[in-house]
Write a protein that binds this ligand. Structure first.
Ligand code: ZN
Ligand code: ZN
Ligand code: ZN
Ligand code: ZN
Length: 250
């Protein structure tokens, strides 16, 4: 299902599309953390971390959601074992429990993967051979395998991992602008291209989506119900109003 851009009632600043279309959306039920019944929940599956704050040294640490119920919650800073609680099968949480930081959802970005631990360190996991980044960010030295991490402030990356993830065919690639994360606005259909700017929509395609060619206009869905097997994922910069996107196909 495609959900076009709508300035929705999303409680997540970075996720301006309908949360019902997110990769983690799990419908109504009981939040695995706060036990409240809620209309919309987000699944904690592969790539999700549960965040603990050590009761002894007060440092935060993460436990992978898929291992949560069968693993000791040992603080990596002081070695104290936290009792933890059971998440149960197919755990899902309410939106406030994600945005308040009780869980984190690993994000792929244009500068590499970001887990909660990466976010805390203020750097991405890196991209092999990355040679440049954007103004406001800096490159770390390559690791022995040639992966180059990008230094991005922890507050930017933490907000990102406390945000739902959009669905794609080939993989998420969260975009940045003006030294911060862009706002995800959904998938574009032909109408969105035409409304974006007067003139040639094929020129808009090439301007907004890096790597596109004019013939790809024919792959843009006519409307949210039209499935061409191609996705055009759009972001906006809250600071400079720039629109950028990436695309993929089945
Ligand atoms: Zn909750
Ligand atoms: Zn501790
Ligand atoms: Zn990492
Ligand atoms: Zn910008």
């Amino acid at each position: 299902m495609r959900l076009g851009r709508e300035r929705s009632s999303s409680p997540f600043r970075l996720y301006q599309a309908a949360v019902e279309g997110s990769a983690e959306y799990a419908g109504s039920g009981i939040c695995a953390f706060c036990r409240k019944a809620t209309d919309g929940r987000l699944a904690l599956s592969v790539g999700a971390d549960v965040i603990y704050r050590c009761t002894t040294c007060e440092q935060p640490f993460s436990v992978r959601a898929e291992e949560h119920d069968r693993r000791a919650k040992t603080c990596p800073h002081c070695g104290m074992v936290d009792d933890g609680y059971r998440l149960g099968d197919d755990p899902a949480i309410c939106y406030p429990c994600l945005s308040s930081g009780r869980a984190a959802l690993t994000k792929d970005t244009e500068f590499g993967m970001v887990t909660w631990s990466d976010a805390m360190r203020g750097r991405t996991h890196g991209v092999p051979g990355l040679a440049r980044t954007q103004p406001g960010f800096s490159l770390a030295d390559p690791d022995p395998d040639g992966w180059v991490a990008v230094n991005i402030p922890p507050n930017v990356l933490l907000e990102l991992v406390h945000t739902p993830t959009y669905r794609t065919y080939q993989g998420v690639e969260w975009l940045f602008c003006c030294a911060t994360a862009m706002l995800y606005c959904g998938e574009w259909t032909k109408t969105d291209f035409i409304n974006h700017k007067t003139g040639d929509p094929e020129a808009v395609l090439i301007e907004v989506f890096e790597g596109t060619q004019p013939w790809m206009w024919n792959q843009v869905p006519n409307d949210p119900q039209h499935d061409t097997g191609w996705g055009f994922y759009v972001f906006e910069c809250e600071l400079c109003n720039r629109t950028r996107g990436h695309f993929d196909m089945t």
